[in-house]
Design a protein around this ligand. Structure first.
Ligand code: NAD
Length: 269
């Protein structure tokens, strides 16, 4: 029985994950955390997510509840997730981090801290997107230099970071498959007289509107044709179920920093 703590429990993802844990045999919810001053603090998290009382009260400090859990699931914001990762290392908890929008410096900290415990970190926990990560690398290699790569993502109006972590990871995956570095070839804005497209560019386009859950398209554009690979999330449930699957998986692993390719057995060795 894996004992889980959800951080960011009152957020859009935190609520789905909490519900998913309560409905998953073999998982017990032992803690819920929200940021200091959030109206959910002090409330029963089961009531909060419409499942009825589960006698787990939302706390404002993970430090107070960390020792109760085997695994912390964190979908919050980069600063909070980094603190929780450091705290998880100290308390010997495994972690599942779904937060996106980390700076390169924050990612360096994740890479240093993550392997000191068992940590799954992935910008997208859905099965479909993780299959997409794998196939776009294959498509890029097959089509090669003659096809331009452009990535388009669309999300709801509340999303704080851009481009999405998933779009960035798609770009990194394709760049790596083509022997390029996204830092060097990524084009994040185009406006004005920008000149002709360079063949090695990987362009990113971002849309924000209404309640779009999450859509990603990779366009491989040649002369006379284009190939598009698209994923559309219909609800947040697939991310939540992926996070719970990752939590069940990671508690049994040796220390290391993993992603969903490991959890889903998609990594090529
Ligand atoms: P949200 O704003 O609805 O929820 C975030 C919650 O975290 C809020 O309730 C906020 O109060 C809380 N929070 C922030 N800092 C905190 C801290 N230090 N301690 C405790 N609680 C804290 O956002 P969301 O849509 O749920 O997304 C959260 C994150 O997850 C974003 O970075 C988003 O991009 C990412 N996300 C990842 C996936 C995935 O599959 N990996 C899927 C969807 C969203």
């Amino acid at each position: 029985m894996a004992k889980a703590i959800v951080v960011g429990a009152a957020g859009k993802m935190g609520r789905r994950i909490t519900q998913s844990i309560l409905q998953t045999p073999g998982m017990t919810l032992v803690g819920a955390v929200e940021r200091e001053g959030h109206p959910a603090v002090g409330k029963d998290v089961g009531d909060l997510v419409g499942e009825g009382s589960v006698e787990v009260v939302v706390d404002s400090d993970l430090e107070r509840v960390a020792d109760k859990g085997d695994v912390v699931i964190d979908f919050t914001a980069p600063e909070g997730s980094l603190r929780n990762l450091e705290l998880g290392v100290r308390h010997g908890c495994a972690l599942v981090i779904g937060t996106t929008g980390f700076s390169p410096e924050q990612m360096d900290e994740v890479r240093a801290l993550g392997p000191q415990t068992r940590c799954v970190m992935a910008p997208n926990m859905s099965v479909g997107v993780n299959v997409m990560f794998r196939i776009v690398a294959d498509v890029a290699k097959i089509l090669g230099e003659a096809y331009d790569v452009e990535i388009l993502e669309a999300h709801h109006r509340f999303k704080k970071d851009a481009p999405s972590g998933t779009a960035v990871k798609l770009g990194e995956t394709i760049a790596s498959a083509l022997g390029r570095n996204l830092e060097e070839v990524g084009v994040w804005h185009r406006k004005g007289l920008v000149g002709e497209r360079q063949s090695t560019e990987i362009g990113m386009a971002v849309l924000r509107a209404g309640d779009i859950v999450g859509e990603h398209t990779v366009i491989f554009g040649g002369i006379g044709e284009r190939l598009e690979v698209t994923h559309r999330a219909h609800s947040r449930d697939n991310f939540a179920q992926g996070a719970v699957k990752a939590a069940q998986w990671v508690v049994g692993q040796p220390n290391g920093l993993y992603d969903m390719q490991d959890v889903l057995g998609l990594r090529r060795h």
